[in-house]
Design a protein around this ligand. Sequence first.
Ligand SMILES: [Cu+2]
Length: 206
Amino acid sequence: MLFQSILASASLMGLVFAANHDVKVGMDALTFTPNTTTAAAGDTVTFHFYPQKHNVVQAAFASPCEPSTSGFFSGFVPTSSGESMTTFMITVNDTKPIWFYCSQAKHCQSGMVGAINAATTGNTIEKFIAAAASASNNTTPSVPDGMGGTLSAMNTTASGTMTMSMSSTATGAAASATGSGAASALEVSKGLGFSAAFAFLGYLFV
Ligand SMILES: [Cu+2]
């Protein structure tokens, strides 16, 4: 697939040093698939969205269906059928657990939660799911779409040529991380660098 070859090209150019991990959002009913991901510092996690309308919101372990301070937020990514062209990518700064949920309707309470680098004892994904089930609210953050990460869109034209466009609404304000797993200013700027690199590569491929 061209996207992989673009990533490979970027890697050859020395721009990408880390692995990416894909998470499907709503592909299997109200779930993240997989709902736990093990990632190294510097890795990226890319969320892919399925019908009907989901999002990804960063939470703290202690409050599963509430946005964490300075956490990431994809915004709602609707798609009527199949995978959306829009993806949301975050960068993992360290191996501390990162918790997230979908704030649509009662999806969080229904088990639409997930984690990166969750512990296997103590604060486990199972405990997070259980806590989410009894949360009284499911809250959508009042921050811009794409906060703390990078929203991107891939489109396939009739000729089969894939073009890419990327944007990021992450700002310096978004990057005032508290160590809860939110992307730092450095990582956000790195993400913007990737976007620029992709734009450049996209130009080469068109
Ligand atoms: Cu959802």
